[in-house]
Design a binder for this molecule. Structure first.
Ligand code: ADP
Ligand code: MG
Length: 212
C-alpha cells in the first residue's frame, strides 16, 4: 500500500461529503421519527464546511494533523446540533493520533479510526446499547483493530469495520435511547434506527472506499 498523504485525506473528506449529501433525506427522515429531523442537514452542513475549509489548503505544505484539525474546527463551527462537537472531537483526536506523520501507513489509519471512535465516546459519554452513533463507531473501531492485529490488510480491516458498523446501526432498532434528544422518548424510541448510527455507516463506508 502506498502511504496516505494529505491529498488522499482531502479526497476522503470530499467522498464523505458526497455520500452524506446523497443520504441527507434518509437521515432527516430517521431523525424525524425519534428526534428533530435535522440530522441529514447537520451532517451535510458539517461536511460541506470541511470541504470548503480544506479546498484552499496547500496540500504539499500541510501535514495530516493540520488538515484534520482544520476539518475539526470547520465542522464544529458549522454544526449547531449534537453531531457538531461529536465529529469535531473525532477529527481532533484523529489529528492527535497521527501527529508528526507526513503520510499514513495502514497502522496509522487504524489508529486514526480508533481515535475517532474514542473521541466521540469521550465527548458524548455514551456506552454501547444507548442507541447512539457509538453503537456503530465502537464496534467498527474494534473490528478494524482486531483485523489489523490479525495481520489483515487495511482494505480487509476497513471492510470488517464497515460490516460491524452496519450490524451496530441495525441493532439500535432494538434499543431504548438513553443519550441525546431521543432519550426523551424512552420506550417509544424502540423499533427505529438511530440516525447518528445510520450516518456513521455512511461516513465509514466513504472512508473505506476512499482510503483503500
Ligand atoms: P440533535 O439531536 O442535536 O438534533 P443531530 O440530529 O445532528 O443532533 O444528531 C443526533 C444523533 O447524535 C443521534 O442520533 C445520536 O446518534 C447522536 N448523539 C446524540 N447524543 C449523543 C451522545 N451523548 N453520544 C453519542 N452520540 C450522541
Ligand atoms: Mg437532530
Amino acid at each position: 500500500m502506498t502511504a496516505i498523504d494529505t491529498a488522499r485525506l482531502k479526497q476522503m473528506f470530499d467522498a464523505i461529503a458526497v455520500a452524506i449529501e446523497a443520504d441527507k433525506d434518509r437521515l432527516c427522515q430517521l431523525d424525524g421519527v425519534i428526534g428533530d429531523a435535522d440530522h441529514g442537514i447537520a451532517m451535510e452542513l458539517g461536511f460541506n464546511a470541511v470541504r470548503d475549509a480544506l479546498a484552499p489548503l496547500d496540500l504539499a505544505a500541510v501535514e495530516p494533523t493540520a488538515l484534520l484539525n482544520t476539518a475539526a474546527k470547520s465542522f464544529l463551527n458549522a454544526v449547531g446540533a449534537s453531531s457538531g462537537p461529536l465529529y469535531a472531537t473525532a477529527f481532533m483526536r484523529a489529528a492527535a493520533a497521527v501527529k508528526g506523520k507526513a503520510a499514513l501507513e495502514g497502522a496509522d489509519v487504524i489508529a486514526l479510526f480508533q481515535a475517532m471512535a474514542q473521541g466521540i465516546k469521550d465527548r458524548g459519554k455514551a456506552e454501547i446499547g444507548e442507541k447512539t452513533m457509538i453503537d456503530a463507531w465502537q464496534p467498527a473501531a474494534e473490528a478494524a483493530a482486531a483485523a489489523h492485529a490479525a495481520g489483515k490488510s487495511l482494505a480487509e480491516s476497513l471492510d470488517a469495520a464497515l460490516a460491524a458498523a452496519e450490524r451496530g446501526a441495525e441493532a439500535t432498532k432494538d434499543m431504548i435511547a438513553a443519550k441525546g434528544r431521543s432519550s426523551r422518548l424512552g420506550e417509544r424510541s424502540l423499533g427505529h434506527i438511530d440516525p447518528g448510527a445510520a450516518s456513521a455507516v455512511t461516513v465509514i463506508a466513504a472512508m473505506r472506499k476512499s482510503l483503500t
